[in-house]
Design a protein around this ligand. Structure first.
Ligand code: UDP
Ligand code: MG
Length: 316
């Protein structure tokens, strides 16, 4: 019987986990009878400070399909996804948020997309961002269009991490062992045929979002730096442009002082140029620093996460 591994990274999701479990098991039961597939549900406890781990333990005790991996501290959602995929045994793997914002009923459509239509991956895309702060939606859209322009990787607008993949694609994703992970970029980078299914945004069942606006900004910078060297080359192009502009300006000043007398004005324009160039230099140094720090983190080659406990530690 084919096996689907569902991976749910959880960070302080105590109120959401029971709802998630009951929804996912409904889908699992119906897909078992319809398509003859088995499920394993892997919860990744990303250093939750609430009772999430206790709920995982008790679910694992009563249901053999439930497994869990508990980190020693909060390592972030990306590390959770990686840990879940590494531990998964399924022929297919699905990544889902624990807050039911990724509707489990889509799993059936995803499964038939792979088994009947021959895709390697079926991924979900939100067509609306209903219920999200407008400013967040605006920047999210800008980010996706920038990502598409600056890297050669296709990321659909509103793409989620929610997707079902074949074992081959999962292994390919796991073979990218970089520390600065940006999963949406990685899924695009590994290639394979992806089908997109669309759905309306759903608000989370319980708890609140774990991402602040600034965390999302940092995550976007991560994505852009991880998948394109556009910013590095941007520094060169901006530099060339301003050198050229400076030459023109110098020529202008020379000609003016040769043919007309130069009044001792121009202090303000000098200041403007100085400030502009100073700002540009700092910006370009910042870009270099960003890439350098990423290289530094990668060369340390630390593990992505540390596991403290799994379902195998339960003594029955
Ligand atoms: N998450 C995690 N570690 C973190 C932050 C979030 O494992 O450090 C999980 C969280 O529990 C949820 C998923 O990642 O299952 C998505 O987070 P959230 O719903 O807060 O993000 P949003 O849907 O608002 O983008
Ligand atoms: Mg969510």
């Amino acid at each position: 019987m084919p096996l689907i591994s569902v991976i749910a990274p959880c960070y302080n999701e105590e109120p959401a986990i029971p709802a998630f479990y009951s929804e996912i098991t409904k889908v699992a039961d119906s897909m078992k009878s319809k398509h003859g597939v088995d499920f394993e549900i892997i919860f990744v406890n990303d250093g939750s400070a609430d009772g999430s781990l206790d709920i995982m333990r008790s679910l694992a005790k009563k249901d053999r399909r439930v497994r869990y991996i508990s980190f020693s501290r909060n390592f972030g959602k990306e590390a959770g996804i990686f840990a879940g995929l590494s531990a998964s045994k399924g022929d297919f793997t699905a990544i889902m948020d624990a807050d039911l914002q990724d509707p489990p009923y889509l799993l059936e459509e995803m499964y038939t997309g792979i088994t009947e239509e021959g895709y390697d991956c079926v991924a979900a895309r939100r067509v609306s961002r209903k219920g999200e702060p407008p400013i967040r939606s605006f920047f999210a859209r800008r980010f996706y269009s920038l990502m598409r322009k600056t890297s050669k990787i296709e990321i659909a607008d509103g793409a989620r991490d929610f997707r079902l993949m074949t074992r081959k694609m999962t292994d390919a994703v796991l073979s990218l062992s970089e520390r600065n992970r940006f999963s949406k970029g990685i899924f695009g980078w590994v290639g394979f045929d992806t089908k997109w299914v669309e759905y309306e945004n759903i608000e989370r069942v319980a708890g609140e979002t774990k991402w602040s606006f600034w965390q999302l900004v940092a995550y976007s910078v991560e994505g852009i730096c991880s998948f394109s060297t556009f910013l590095l080359s941007l520094a060169t192009w901006v530099g060339i442009f301003f050198c050229f502009a400076a030459f023109l300006f110098i020529a202008f000043i020379l000609i003016r002082s040769l043919f007309w007398q130069d009044p001792v004005s121009g202090w303000s324009s000098t200041m403007c140029v100085m400030l502009l160039l100073g700002g540009l230099q700092l910006f370009c140094t910042g870009v270099l620093g960003k890439y350098l720090s990423k290289t530094y983190i990668e060369t340390k080659n630390r593990p992505l996460y540390v596991v403290k406990e799994t379902e195998e530690d339960i003594i029955i």
